[in-house]
Design a protein around this ligand. Structure first.
Ligand code: DP6
Length: 325
């Protein structure tokens, strides 16, 4: 039976240690390469869904404001999938908010669509397995499939759903997010992937290099080997960015401070501190380290010119209902 009042779910953002960049089939939003991520406790989205049969169309609010058309379209895609499964045609009101500043340009779509899938399924009276919720979130944004699960999570190439690899507590690490000064408004992931596939001579090289680096990262997670994981993680990020840099015209997500942070991380390693970087579709740098070295790494990153703030996070848990269930 569908819920009468609002149903609320929380999901955490995730950062890819082995990157997803490129789609097997645009329509289904299936990834062309396997990816591996760490779900982060410190970045979360809270989403509530309430059925509003009197409405003619879904009402979608993100961080207190009506959603932009593209985001709204993706939210409706998730709701439509859930409506098809539940047999209900009732419209819904969706309210979503992040506990981290979206103005800082940190991706919120992964946690947002994972929380939406969990809340909407319950609001429409469905009891769904995490893998099925992950597949629904993936259709809106493939990285969101991974945020349905906590800890280390994989999404294989061509697969519908993500799957857990290892609990965060089984290999405790800290991710430090160095929020850098914002550069020019960058191109979104979906569009960036399409442009890379269509114009970059290095895209085929990325497609063949990504699976082995994913396997190395996955093996390193299972072996609890930070050095091997960090090395594979940096290679994955740099190869992904190489494919974008060689697109025509180039997609350059790096700001000057991005490279300054990379330099800082490499300097820390030279002095024996384990720290490894990764970058996504934006200028910020995410640095992976051990809990014992996190305070020193955080201090070093904070001192890099152009770094506005550093957010420290342990592994986070799976997306879950928090109210109205
Ligand atoms: C660079 O999941 O945002 O963060 O499936 O088109 O919504 P769509 O793309 P999205 O891409 C994420 C790209 C990335 C790497 C990653 O998270 O694996």
């Amino acid at each position: 039976m569908s819920a009468l009042g609002p149903v609320t779910a929380v999901a955490h953002a995730n950062i890819a240690l082995a990157k997803y960049w490129g789609k097997a089939k645009d329509d289904e939003n299936l990834p062309a390469v396997p990816s591996l991520s760490l779900t982060l406790a410190a970045l979360s989205t809270t989403t509530s869904v309430v059925l509003r049969p009197e409405l003619e169309s879904d009402a979608v609010s993100l961080d207190g404001e009506a959603a932009a058309p593209r985001a709204r379209e993706r939210v409706i895609r998730v709701l439509d999938d859930i409506r098809t499964l539940s047999g209900s045609s009732a419209r819904a009101a969706v309210e979503s908010s992040n506990d981290f500043p979206t103005a800082a340009g940190l991706a919120s779509s992964a946690s947002g669509f994972a929380a939406l899938a969990v809340a909407a399924a319950r609001a429409y009276g469905l009891a769904m397995e995490p893998a099925d919720l992950s597949a629904i979130a993936r259709r809106a944004s493939a990285s969101a499939a991974r945020s349905v699960f906590g800890g280390f999570v994989e999404l294989r190439a061509g697969k519908e759903a993500a799957a857990p690899v290892l609990g965060g507590q089984d290999f405790p690490l800290v991710m430090l997010i160095a929020v850098t000064a914002r550069g020019p408004k960058s191109i979104g992931s979906t569009e960036g992937m399409r442009h890379t596939r269509e114009t970059s001579p290095y895209y085929p090289a990325w497609l063949s290099a990504a699976p082995p680096v994913f396997e190395r990262a996955r093996a390193a997670v299972l072996a609890r080997d930070l050095e091997a994981l960090g090395t594979a993680m940096e290679e994955s990020a740099l190869m992904m960015h190489a494919s974008m840099l060689s697109a025509r015209p180039a997609i350059i997500y790096f700001a000057p401070a991005t490279l300054a942070v990379v330099e800082c991380v490499r300097g820390l390693r030279k002095t024996g501190t384990p720290a490894f970087f990764t970058m996504d579709a934006g200028p910020h740098v995410k640095v992976l380290t051990a809990p014992g070295t996190a305070p020193a790494v955080e201090q070093a990153l904070s001192a890099v010119p152009g770094v506005e703030r550093v957010i420290a996070s342990r592994a986070g848990g799976a997306a879950a209902l928090v109210g109205g269930a």
